[in-house]
Design a protein around this ligand. Structure first.
Ligand SMILES: *[C@@H]1O[C@H](CO)[C@@H](O)[C@H](O)[C@H]1NC(C)=O
Ligand SMILES: *[C@@H]1O[C@H](CO)[C@@H](O)[C@H](O)[C@H]1NC(C)=O
Ligand SMILES: *[C@@H]1O[C@H](CO)[C@@H](O)[C@H](O)[C@H]1NC(C)=O
Ligand SMILES: *[C@@H]1O[C@H](CO)[C@@H](O)[C@H](O)[C@H]1NC(C)=O
Ligand SMILES: *[C@@H]1O[C@H](CO)[C@@H](O)[C@H](O)[C@H]1NC(C)=O
Ligand SMILES: *[C@@H]1O[C@H](CO)[C@@H](O)[C@H](O)[C@H]1NC(C)=O
Length: 404
């Protein structure tokens, strides 16, 4: 969604999210589809049904993409006489319950976007949170995305961002007490650049940057910001790097591979945002790589991969065009380490790093190394890892397994 207003930029306070709101929904990041990036307001129930059917037929559901999310523009500008939200009857002639029943029958879960008024100006939820939470549960939804659009100057809420979004947390808990049903809660907040600090207390995922765009410079900007806030992301509460642009714009296959790998290993939600009927087989193969998805969906280690060596730049350098290149994190247990390397150069370069740079690798141990894109075991390595040349804007990802 585009956003209209920005205000105060706050300082960053680093802390881990051990106090995260654990609502029991989605320990690992959410995976699925969202309408916005490709279709914006041009949505209807036929599109949703066809997309879900294709997602199942193309293997996305089996790969883990289980949520089908309707973004903005599904409802009317006014509430009904009872104060309830009203789906647009032209776009959704059979209503929302009919659609979520269809999705559930296929094996998916269903999600919906809501705002204060919504970003595109439709009826929103500020001061209606409890009513709307009940409505979404009645309609059979499993996932709610709440946007911060139109807070000012028309918004009437004067409290902090956290307090505003916590109204939804409280409403969801109330509806759970009434019905037994808890929704996944995704929040979108761009104004204060600190959602990762309080987001874990109130939601399951929080956006951490402006809207994504289908181009390489935007992807490196988002990744650069994300590289400094990995500590805030863990089980049940994840930094949301925004919906995937695979299949959109002019992203090359190397860039799509890098985008997908970086989002997955930063443990972002993975929401496909394109016309799935137009995806090439190569693009589908990228999005369904089971060895990359397994790291994103790890239920033993919640922390994302984090940079351990910036590469071209000195460590901890802020660079929106050239973020950190070498990332690592444990996978499954402390004997397995996932490593990611991204080539932001405009030319092919060699990959080589020493184990002592990573807090997740031991310089005194040997490791078997598996390449997660070539799906090959590469042999046994000690003290450093050299893997030859990597094309411009491409990525490598590995699992290092410690030898006993
Ligand atoms: C539904 O939306 C899709 C995608 O925007 C569009 O191609 C199609 O024409 C729409 N169908 C109807 C019946 O409006
Ligand atoms: C949805 O509505 C259509 C048209 O009334 C009907 O044919 C279909 O069976 C309904 N689907 C579900 C899952 O209720
Ligand atoms: C999160 O909630 C806990 C428990 O209520 C509280 O102690 C902590 O200060 C909150 N953290 C933030 C960043 O709001
Ligand atoms: C990226 O991070 C920097 C430093 O914290 C901050 O000033 C900037 O506003 C952030 N940008 C976005 C879009 O979040
Ligand atoms: C993240 O946490 C680790 C371990 O607690 C710490 O060493 C590191 O400095 C933290 N990073 C940031 C950017 O705060
Ligand atoms: C890779 O780095 C190691 C350790 O610094 C070094 O010994 C080795 O020669 C390097 N290999 C290549 C091919 O650059």
């Amino acid at each position: 969604m585009t956003h209209y207003i920005k205000y105060a930029v706050l300082g960053i306070v680093f802390a881990s999210n051990s106090l995260a709101w654990n609502n029991g929904v989605q320990k690992a990041p959410a995976m699925g589809f969202n309408t916005w990036n490709r279709f914006a307001c041009n949505i209807n129930e036929t599109l949703i049904r066809d997309t879900a059917t294709q997602m199942k037929n193309l293997g996305f559901l089996a790969a883990g993409y289980s949520y089908i999310n309707i973004d903005d523009c599904w409802n009317t500008k006014a509430r009904d006489v009872n104060g309830l939200l009203v789906p647009d009857a032209t776009k959704f002639p059979n209503g929302m319950k009919n659609l979520t029943d269809f999705l559930h029958d296929l094996g998916f879960k269903a999600g919906e976007d809501q705002g204060i008024t919504t970003c595109a100006g439709f009826a929103g939820s500020l001061n209606h949170e409890l009513t709307d939470a009940r409505t979404f549960v009645n309609w059979g939804f499993d996932y709610i995305k709440v946007n911060r659009c139109n807070i000012l100057p028309t918004g009437s809420f004067q409290g902090t961002n956290e307090a505003r979004f916590k109204r939804w947390t409280d409403a969801l808990e109330q509806v759970q007490a009434e019905t037994g049903k808890m929704l996944f809660y995704s929040l979108v907040e761009w104004s204060s650049f600190d959602a990762w600090v309080w987001g874990p207390n109130v939601s399951n995922s929080w956006r951490m940057y402006d809207d994504i765009q289908p181009n390489w410079p935007r992807i490196t900007q988002i990744l650069n910001n994300a590289s400094f806030i990995g500590n805030f992301s863990n089980f049940y509460g994840h930094n949301d790097l925004d919906m995937l642009e695979n299949g959109n714009g002019a992203l090359t296959l190397a860039e799509q591979r890098s985008h997908f790998t970086a989002w997955a290993l930063a443990k972002s939600p993975l929401l496909i945002g394109t016309d799935v009927s137009k995806l090439s087989q190569d693009a589908i193969t990228i999005l369904t790589n089971p060895e990359i998805i397994a790291i994103n969906q790890d239920t033993a280690i919640g922390e994302p991969l984090k940079p351990f060596f910036w590469g071209k730049n000195p460590d901890n350098t802020w660079d929106p065009t050239f973020p950190a290149q070498y990332w690592s994190g444990y996978y499954k247990d402390q004997k397995h380490t996932a490593v990611m390397y991204l080539n932001f150069n405009e030319r092919t370069v060699d990959l080589n790093f020493t184990f002592s740079h990573s807090p997740h690798l031991r310089a005194d141990k040997k490791y078997t190394v598996r390449d997660l894109w070539k799906h090959q075991d590469k042999g046994i390595f000690g003290s450093f890892f050299f893997d030859g040349s990597i094309p411009s804007h491409d990525v490598r990802a590995y699992i290092f397994t410690e030898q006993v």
